[in-house]
Design a protein around this ligand. Sequence first.
Ligand SMILES: Nc1ncnc2c1ncn2[C@@H]1O[C@H](COP(=O)(O)OP(=O)(O)OP(=O)(O)O)[C@@H](O)[C@H]1O
Ligand SMILES: [Mg+2]
Length: 330
Amino acid sequence: MRVAVSNFKGGVGKTVVAQHLANAAALDGYRVLVVDFDPQATLTHSMGLVDVKEWNTVWGIMCRDLCKESDRIMATYDDPDDCPYPASDELPEDVQSTGSQRVQDFIQKTCWPTIDIIPSCANAAFVEFASAQYRALHQAWSFFGCVARYLDELPDDQYDIIIFDCPPAIGYQSLSAAFAADILYVPSGPDYWEYDSTTSFLGQLGDALEDISTGFKGLSADAGIDLPKRFLDVRLLMTKYETSNPLHNAMMDAFKNVFGANVCQSPVEMTRAVEQSGRFQNSVYEQDYRQMTRETWKRARQSFDLAYVEFIDVVKTAWKNNTDIMEGKK
Ligand SMILES: Nc1ncnc2c1ncn2[C@@H]1O[C@H](COP(=O)(O)OP(=O)(O)OP(=O)(O)O)[C@@H](O)[C@H]1O
Ligand SMILES: [Mg+2]
């Protein structure tokens, strides 16, 4: 199952949530891949990788996909001269060389034996600009499907759970994350403006997915993408929550009034242990509890554990529903 942790509101705790869910899933015995879609690369850095090159990021995956799709589309023409789009050897040289990498070349090890990462780096920021340029080069390229197609190439039994950490934006990268995801996890802080931004995000993302689903309808089946895009589940996860703060309680009620059962029951609490985790570059699951008071560590650990129990239930239910759909039972 692939889960995108996404929201265009910045600083709501996307990366902290992605990292802790990945740690908790690994401790629970699952094989995890995390994909960092954000050129801020916080997840990459917090997992200990600092020297990442842009050709090893999602940008590289995009170039590889453009090369492969160019050749696939070219091969659908009896006479290549009739094809109005370029073949891979007519694409810019950096796209060709980056695109010649193999599937596993993008995957790197972390210090957790059962967590691998497709990292990001600041240079990958130009991916947004490059995406628009590449789209103009090949207008039949379903750019938004690049990560989905890439992950489809991985052996089915390589990972159990794949978690995406998305940038605070709706752009080419977060759209390709959304198209590759089975489940959308949307963290939001308990402040009114975070709520306001989160609701706009859901509206905007819905519109973007619908526009693409309509615009690319004819091209999608051959390109391995099911349109219209449907998530198996969408969940809102309240973060930085203070149980004893009446304003936070009121915002939680507002979220539940609007989004009902899609709101996670267990919010992630605001805790000093997460602040410390930045300082020591360790997640709450990696921390030495003696670096703070035991109560602080325990409260943080409990909060992430509860959020994880709910998360894994969402993942397993989605897995089961998906299996039923594929076997024609639903
Ligand atoms: N539960 C929490 N308790 C205390 N601090 C938190 C908590 N969750 C996140 N933070 C802090 O809030 C800041 C933003 O968190 P994070 O980087 O996870 O947000 P983000 O949504 O990924 O941000 P961006 O949009 O920039 O990618 C960080 O300094 C982090 O340490
Ligand atoms: Mg982040």
